[in-house]
Ligand binder design. Structure first.
Ligand code: SF4
Length: 208
C-alpha cells in the first residue's frame, strides 16, 4: 500500500434485512453490525457482542442495501451490536447509500448517549457517522423498564433524536412493541424489532 493511501476500513456485519418496517419509520433496509463492548444487562442480542467475523468493504455492504431497494424504501437502519464502535466504516456505508438513493434517511440505534458521542471519549469516527444520521435512538438498554412504552425505544431512558431532516410522521412509526419474524433461504430465523420476552424465548427455542 502507498504510504498516502487511506487505511482500508471494513464493517463486521451480524445480519441483514432488505426490507423491514419495525426498525424505523417506513420501509427500510437494516444492517446489524457485529461487535459491542457496552454490556447492557439484559441485552437481547448478545450474539452480536464479540468483535468477530470478517470485516466487509463498505462498498459491498452499501451495494447489498441498494440492491434490496424498492420504490417504497425510505432509508437504511444501522443497529447491532454497536454501530458507533465501527463508526468510520458505518459512515462510509451511509454515504454510499445516500449517494445511490438520494433523499433516503439513516437511522441508527446506539447504546451510547448523544452526549457521549459528542464527548472527548467518543469512539473513533463518531462525529463522521453522526454527520450522516437523520434519526438516532440513544442510550444503554436498561432491563426491567416495564416493556415498550414509546415507539422504537426498548427502555424508558432511551431517546429518539431527529438530528437532521423532518421528524417522521407518527403514522410512519412502527407500533409500540412491533416485531418481525423472517426466515431466509438458508433457514436462518431472524427476529427483529421489539419482541415481547415470551416471543423471544419461543423463537430461540425454535431456532435450536
Ligand atoms: S448497546 Fe445494544 S448490543 Fe450493546 S449491550 Fe447494549 S443493548 Fe446489547
Amino acid at each position: 500500500m502507498h504510504a498516502d493511501s487511506p487505511a482500508q476500513i471494513g464493517l463486521r456485519v451480524a445480519g441483514f434485512s432488505g426490507a423491514s418496517r419495525v426498525n424505523g419509520p417506513g420501509l427500510r433496509a437494516v444492517v446489524w453490525v457485529q461487535g459491542c463492548t457496552l454490556g447492557c444487562s439484559g441485552c437481547f442480542n448478545p450474539a452480536t457482542h464479540a468483535a468477530s467475523g470478517e470485516a466487509q468493504a463498505p462498498e459491498a455492504v452499501a451495494a447489498r442495501v441498494v440492491a434490496a431497494w424498492t420504490p417504497d424504501h425510505v432509508g437504511l437502519t444501522l443497529s447491532g451490536g454497536e454501530p458507533f464502535q465501527q463508526a468510520e466504516a458505518a459512515a462510509e456505508v451511509a454515504r454510499r447509500v445516500k449517494s445511490a438513493r438520494p433523499g433516503s434517511t439513516l437511522m441508527v440505534f446506539t447504546g451510547y448517549t448523544l452526549e457521549e458521542l459528542h464527548g472527548h471519549q467518543a469512539p473513533l469516527g463518531a462525529e463522521d457517522l453522526l454527520s450522516e444520521v437523520n434519526l438516532l435512538v440513544d442510550g444503554r438498554f436498561e432491563s426491567g423498564g416495564g416493556g415498550y412504552s414509546r415507539p422504537l425505544r426498548a427502555s424508558p431512558n432511551q431517546r429518539l433524536w431527529v438530528l437532521r431532516g423532518r421528524s417522521p410522521l407518527s403514522s410512519a412509526l412502527p407500533p409500540d412493541g412491533a416485531s418481525e419474524l423472517a426466515i431466509n433461504d438458508a433457514g436462518d430465523v431472524l427476529l427483529s424489532g421489539f419482541p415481547a420476552p415470551g416471543l423471544l424465548a419461543a423463537v430461540r427455542q425454535l431456532a435450536r
